[in-house]
Design a protein around this ligand. Structure first.
Ligand code: AMP
Ligand code: MG
Length: 332
């Protein structure tokens, strides 16, 4: 089954052709991130207008790289949410128009679930049951997946998402946007093993699986204002605090649920320190839990993950359960 995926939830315009949920025939991603650097963050109206400009060229390129045509595609999958409304509308309107005019099935996809499916585009795929940590610019969630359809959210952030906190702390330190890669780079400049800067690790010992990053962001801001710490020291301590909380809560979920794999997903899983802490985690190794993290290009928003997710969730009735907001598709 060949699925054309379309992703326009934020500042990336992406289209991909994926065979049987596993093999990428093409995956074109065009980002408007450079326009958002000027404003230090995404202006939704600007992102939506860039989506309009990019969607047709991206679609054309994706079909040509996959050496296929719209007629040969079996189904069309599109991000239905969550995301920025103006950006989402560009992708959903395009997908609906294609599906209607070509008489092909249309599969709405939950963007967060799709992040997890980046792991199905790799050579080795995770074993169920699994714990998935989704860490993106807008969301932070711990998920228990017993199989493709049995999905339970164990916990999520009570305030800022992990990626959002990277972006905001980078702004405090004048490192620009997007903040995640900038903080990661700056933290590498901190060579000393010692630091007097101790930032809080919020909810690290709480009994639930929730996260909170807004207090940590404020603590980083307070440290910056004292002028006692360098930017690289704050970046280092902040990154360590976020990563430690993410790892600790994920390991707790593994200890309390019988699972075979840990799966990371979303933009923050591109962070090399986080990847290292997961890949070299002694507790997970001892329990023989395998860790899966997609290659960096598949961590951030891309349509190949949308097409893969659609392949495994193409039964619309079940999709309704994971996508309560599907009226976007079914009301007409
Ligand atoms: P997404 O929402 O999944 O598209 O991911 C975007 C988010 O991931 C933004 O908040 C970025 O700052 C963050 N991000 C991207 N690369 C990294 C990185 N290397 N380290 C930490 N965060 C990152
Ligand atoms: Mg995303």
């Amino acid at each position: 089954m060949t699925i054309l995926g379309i992703e326009t939830s934020c500042d990336e315009t992406s289209a991909a052709v994926v065979l049987n949920g596993r093999t990428i025939l093409s995956n074109v991603v065009s980002s408007s991130v450079d326009f958002h650097k000027k404003t230090g963050g995404i202006v939704p109206e600007v992102a939506a207008r860039k989506q309009v400009e990019s969607i047709i060229p991206v679609l054309d390129e994706c079909l040509s790289l996959a050496k296929t045509t719209l007629k040969k595609i079996d189904a069309i999958a599109v991000t239905a949410g969550p995301g920025l409304l103006g950006s989402l509308i560009v992708g959903t309107a395009t997908a609906k128009t294609l599906a209607l005019s070509l008489n092909k099935p249309l599969i709405p996809v939950n963007h967060l679930l799709a992040h997890i499916y980046a792991n199905w585009l790799e050579e080795n795929i995770p074993d169920f049951p699994l714990i998935s940590l989704i860490v993106s610019g807008g969301h932070t969630q711990l998920i228990l997946m017993k199989n493709h359809k049995d999905i339970k959210i164990l916990g999520e952030t009570r305030d800022d998402a992990a990626g959002e906190s990277f972006d905001k702390v980078a702004r405090i330190l004048n490192l620009g946007y997007p903040g995640g890669p900038a903080i990661e780079k700056k933290a590498l400049d901190f060579k000393s093993k010692e630091t007097s800067l101790v930032l809080p690790k919020p909810l690290i010992h709480s009994k639930d699986y929730d996260f909170s990053f807004s207090g940590l962001k404020t603590a980083a801001f307070t440290a910056f204002k004292t002028k006692k710490h360098t930017a690289c020291e704050i970046a280092h301590s902040f990154q360590e605090a976020v990563c430690e909380v993410l790892v600790k809560k994920t390991v707790k979920a593994v200890l309390e649920n019988k699972v075979n794999s840990v799966v990371l997903a979303g933009g923050v899983s591109a962070n090399k320190r986080l990847r290292e802490l997961f890949f070299k985690n002694e507790q997970l190794e001892k329990m023989k839990i395998k860790v899966y993290i997609p290659k960096i290009a598949l961590c951030t928003d891309n349509a190949a993950s949308i097409a893969s997710c659609a392949f495994y969730h193409r039964n619309i009735t079940q999709l309704e359960q994971v996508l309560p907001n599907s009226s976007l598709f079914f009301e007409n």
